[in-house]
Ligand binder design. Structure first.
Ligand code: NDP
Ligand code: MG
Ligand code: MG
Length: 340
């Protein structure tokens, strides 16, 4: 079994007295910066002039242009959108990295697909929280944390692993568990997971269920509750105790339906599609498509996004959620607050 590390296993003296530059102040950036500061570290923020800059200053941080922040730092954590990292790295990070400092990432994409090629005289590691930034902050404040993966790509000081672990501890991840990985494994599993299961898989499953019911003449409101709203209740049970716990809580009729119908929806053919998705991730085909899409100004991304936001399930969902004040404010709105 993989070795999971907790606070007691980590020696954080290697990070003491080091200045940490957080480049980017979005979902992950605001969480890492605030957790590191609350853990006693000196943090500066590297940003362009813009909305995040105002937000970071409001939160009490000193904000520098990216090159200035990098010059001062012993650890540079890049928390820009993956598709923006290569350009900012070439222009403002690479020329200013101190020898023997550490370059860090929360996702291995740019290193693994060679969009960022670090110099030979710095450590390179990743600490990838397995959850959104807003949870990384909220759970830290609650005395808990979001689990994270850590990995070392390049170790010139002999301390890269210890620095990565101390960093993971400082953002609260070691309270939940920290697991060793490589840039390759983190990148490929993260991309596969979000595409096939967590984001792509779940949204497609929900939409297909909703469409099947409404096309058969059932009320969209009923279909919404059935296929989307209840998903959270089921996922909470899965999160707390796995498949068995969820099945313990549902009726035996639901459990029998789960056994006989689940494999008719997600079957061997679906798995073959998943294997193709994984291949595209492993060969770099997915990465290439995403990099080119960005270079072209995101024509497909924007068109699909507009269409998705107008899907009937979204229209009925907005109306129903307005009537359910106990349903929490969407992260989307919170994100806007962070960015505004
Ligand atoms: P966000 O999109 O939330 O944040 C982006 C930040 O970068 C903003 O502060 C933005 O500032 C700034 N920025 C964007 N472009 C530039 C630029 N050209 N120059 C300077 N600053 C810029 O990113 P995430 O937090 O989602 O992602 C950061 C990293 O964390 C990625 O590697 C991602 O894969 C990883 N990750 C993300 C997770 C998540 O839940 N979101 C989970 C685990 C890992 P401005 O306001 O000026 O646009
Ligand atoms: Mg992920
Ligand atoms: Mg990801």
């Amino acid at each position: 079994m993989a070795k999971v590390l907790y606070e007691k296993d980590i020696n954080n003296t290697v990070l003491e007295g080091k200045k940490i530059a957080i480049v980017g102040y979005g979902s992950q950036g605001h969480a890492h910066a605030q957790n590191l500061r609350d853990s006693g570290y000196e943090v500066v923020i590297g940003l362009r002039a813009g909305k995040s800059q105002a937000k970071a200053e409001e939160d009490g941080f000193t904000v520098y242009p990216v090159d200035e922040a990098v010059k001062q730092a012993d650890v540079v954590m890049i928390l820009l959108p993956d598709e923006a990292q290569a350009k900012v790295y070439e222009a403002s990070i690479k020329p200013n990295l101190k020898e023997g400092s550490a370059l860090a990432f929360a996702h291995g994409f740019n290193i693994h697909y060679s969009q960022v090629v670090p110099p030979a005289n710095v450590d390179v590691f990743l600490v990838a929280p397995k959850g959104p930034g807003h949870l990384v902050r909220r759970t830290y404040e609650e005395g808990a944390g979001v689990p994270a993966l850590y990995g070392v790509y390049q170790d010139v000081t002999g301390q890269a692993k210890d620095v990565a672990l101390a960093y993971a501890q400082a953002i609260g991840a070691a309270r939940a568990g920290v697991l060793e990985t490589t840039f390759q494994e983190e990148t490929e599993t993260d991309l596969f997971g979000e595409q096939a299961v967590l984001c792509g898989g779940v949204t497609s499953l929900i939409k297909a269920g909703f469409e099947t019911l409404t096309e058969a003449g059932y009320q969209p409101e009923v279909a919404y509750f059935e296929c989307l709203h209840e998903m959270k209740l089921i996922v909470d049970l899965l999160y707390e105790g796995g498949l068995e716990n969820m099945r313990y809580s549902i009726s035996d009729t639901a459990q029998w339906g789960d056994f006989v119908s689940g494999p008719r929806v997600i079957n061997e053919e679906t798995k073959e599609r998943m294997q193709e998705i994984l291949k595209d991730v492993q060969t770099g085909a997915f990465a290439k498509g995403w990099i080119l899409e960005n270079q072209a100004g995101r024509p497909q991304f924007n068109a699909i996004n507009r269409a998705e936001n107008n899907h009937p399930i979204e229209q009925v969902g907005r109306e129903l959620r307005d009537l359910m004040p106990f349903v929490k404010q969407p992260i989307q709105d919170k994100q806007k607050e962070v960015k505004e």
